[in-house]
Design a protein around this ligand. Structure first.
Ligand code: C2O
Ligand code: CU
Length: 480
C-alpha cells in the first residue's frame, strides 16, 4: 500500500475514498453527491467540555476531499438550531453559490438544505466556513481539491486546520471589542487584549504616535485539528518519506508563523496555487490563508513537532510527525519568547508557478484600509460595510486593486470568486504568488491583479472576523 492509499483509507471519508482518484471527466461525476451537515459537536479543551460547531459527512469526516475535474456536488444541511450558510473559501463558484449570506443566497433556516453544483477546475488546499460569527465557534473545515496529475506521487498528505478558541460566545467577544454591552468604567477586560495586554504591541511605525496593534483577543486555546499541544495529533510518518503538509489558518483573529524546526521544508503552494519552491523553516500564515509545505522525514526514527506560533505572543499550537516506533515528547503550549509580527518578506519573495499573462491593467481601484481601536470601526475607502461604494469592474478587464493599510493593525484581505496575483509589494513590481488572501501589515501597500471573468457582486474583506463584522468589507461588482 502506498502512503497515499494508506492515507485515503485512514481518512475514510465516504466520498473521497469511494471515488477512484483518477476520474477526470466532469459530467460523469453526476450522482456522487456529498452530504455535509452543519451540526454541533463537543470538544475537550484543556479538560473542559466545549460545545462547538462543525461540518461533518455522514461517515464522520470533517470537511471534504475532492478531485479537480469533477463537479462540486454537495448538499449542505443545516442541523443547527440557528440559521447558517457556508462559504467555499478558495473555490471559484458561480456567484449564486458562494455562500456569503445575502450575496445573494439567504441563510439556511434550521432543518433546511441546499444543493450546490458547479465545475471544480482548480486543485488546491482550500477550506469552508460560515461567513458569520459562527466561524468563531469552529464552523469551519478543510476543503481539499487534489490534482489528478499528482495522484502518482508517493507522498503522505497531512491536512491541518488551525483555529483560535474561546469559551465565550462570539457575540460577547465582539461586544468586548466594541464596548457596546460592557458597563463603562472598570468593565471586565479579562480575555480582551486591550490596553497593554498585547504581547509585543509596541512598534516603531510612526504614524501620529500610534503604536502597532497585534492581537485583540486573548483566547482560551489555539487549536490544530481541534487539539491543543496538551494532547496534539500525532501523524505517523515513514523514515525518509516525503510529506506534504496542507495547512489552513482557520483562526478568526490569529495569525501564525509555521515553524517546522529541524525538518525544514519547501513552501510549494499558497492558497492552493503553486509557487516556485521556497526553502525555510518558518513561514507566515495569516487568517484565511493556506500553505502547502513539502518536507522529507529524516532517515532515523524520531518525532518532530510542527508548530504554529501566534504572532506577537508566546502561545503556540501544532502537531507532531513521528515514525512508528518513536516516542513522542511533550511540547509546551507556550514558547519562551513572543513571535514576531507577520511581515511581507516571504510574500515579496514568492513567484507564481503559473503567473497571469502579461497585460496592462484596464482599471485600477485604490483600496484604503482604515480604522482604529477606539470605537473599533474598520473601514475600506473611509466607509464601513453598509455605507460602502462598490468597486465596479467590467467583464474581460484586467483589474488591479491597490491596497494601502493606513491603520495600525494588519489585515488579511480576501477577494471572493477569483484568485488574484500579487503584482507589487510596497511599490516594487513582482510576479508574485497567485492567491486569494494577502497580508497587509500596518502602513504597507500591496497591489493585486486579476482578470474579470466571473460575473457577480463579490465580497472583498478583511479575514479578521471582528474587523469584517465591524465594517471592513466591500464588494467588487461587475457592471455592464
Ligand atoms: Cu474565508 Cu469571505 O471568506
Ligand atoms: Cu482587518
Amino acid at each position: 500500500m502506498s502512503r497515499r492509499q494508506f492515507l485515503a483509507s485512514a481518512a475514510a471519508c465516504g466520498l473521497a475514498s469511494a471515488v477512484p482518484p483518477l476520474i477526470v471527466s466532469s459530467a460523469s461525476a453526476a450522482g456522487s453527491r456529498s452530504l455535509l451537515r452543519a451540526e454541533t459537536r463537543i470538544l475537550d479543551i484543556g479538560g473542559r467540555a466545549a460545545t462547538v460547531l462543525g461540518l461533518v459527512q455522514p461517515g464522520g469526516a470533517q470537511g471534504l476531499s475532492l478531485t479537480a475535474g469533477q463537479d462540486f456536488q454537495v448538499r449542505l444541511e443545516n442541523a443547527l438550531d440557528a440559521p447558517t450558510l457556508i462559504h467555499w473559501h478558495g473555490l471559484i463558484p458561480p456567484f449564486g453559490q458562494d455562500g456569503v449570506p445575502d450575496l445573494p443566497q439567504p441563510l439556511l433556516k434550521p432543518g433546511e438544505g441546499f444543493d450546490y453544483a458547479f465545475p471544480l477546475d482548480t486543485p488546491g488546499t482550500h477550506w469552508m466556513h460560515a461567513h458569520t460569527l459562527q466561524e468563531q465557534q469552529l464552523l469551519a473545515a478543510p476543503l481539499i481539491v487534489s490534482d489528478p496529475e499528482e495522484a502518482g506521487l508517493d507522498e503522505q498528505e497531512i491536512v491541518v486546520l488551525l483555529h483560535d478558541f474561546s469559551f465565550k460566545a462570539p457575540e460577547e467577544l465582539l461586544a468586548g471589542l466594541t464596548g457596546t454591552s460592557a458597563p463603562m468604567p472598570g468593565h471586565d477586560m479579562s480575555g480582551m487584549g486591550a490596553n497593554g495586554g498585547h504581547g509585543a504591541s509596541s512598534g516603531g511605525h510612526g504614524s501620529g504616535g500610534m503604536a502597532m496593534d497585534i492581537n485583540d483577543i486573548e483566547y482560551d486555546a489555539y487549536l490544530a485539528n481541534d487539539r491543543t499541544l496538551d494532547d496534539p495529533e500525532v501523524f505517523r510518518v515513514e523514515a525518509n518519506g516525503s510529506v506534504r503538509l496542507r495547512l489552513i489558518n482557520g483562526a478568526t483573529a490569529t495569525a501564525f508563523w509555521i515553524d517546522t524546526g529541524s525538518l525544514g521544508g519547501e513552501a510549494i503552494a499558497v492558497d492552493g496555487n503553486a509557487v516556485a519552491p521556497v526553502r525555510g523553516s518558518r513561514f507566515p500564515l495569516g487568517m484565511g490563508q493556506r500553505l502547502d509545505i513539502r518536507l522529507r522525514v529524516p532517515k532515523e526514527e524520531g518525532a518532530w513537532p510542527v508548530l504554529a506560533l501566534r504572532e506577537g505572543a508566546v502561545q503556540q499550537t501544532g502537531f507532531l510527525l513521528a515514525t512508528r516506533q518513536a516516542a513522542v515528547r511533550r511540547v509546551a503550549p507556550t514558547g519562551e519568547a513572543a513571535a514576531a509580527p507577520l511581515d511581507l518578506s516571504f510574500e515579496a519573495g514568492l513567484r507564481a508557478a503559473a503567473p497571469l499573462p502579461d497585460r496592462r491593467a484596464d482599471r485600477n481601484h485604490p483600496v484604503l484600509l482604515g480604522g482604529n481601536m477606539e470605537g473599533y470601526v474598520w473601514t475600506i475607502n473611509g466607509k464601513a460595510w453598509g455605507e460602502h461604494q462598490a468597486l465596479q469592474i467590467r467583464e474581460g478587464e484586467r483589474v488591479e486593486l491597490v491596497m494601502r493599510n493606513a491603520s495600525m493593525m494588519a489585515h488579511p484581505m480576501h477577494l471572493h470568486g477569483h484568485h488574484f496575483q500579487v503584482v507589487a509589494v510596497n511599490g516594487r513590481r513582482i510576479g508574485g504568488a497567485r492567491r486569494d488572501t494577502v497580508w497587509l501589515p500596518p502602513q504597507a501597500e500591496v497591489t493585486v491583479a486579476f482578470d474579470a471573468s466571473n460575473p457577480g457582486t463579490w465580497a472583498f474583506h478583511c479575514h479578521q472576523l471582528y474587523h469584517m463584522a465591524t465594517g471592513m468589507m466591500i464588494v467588487v461588482e461587475y457592471v455592464s
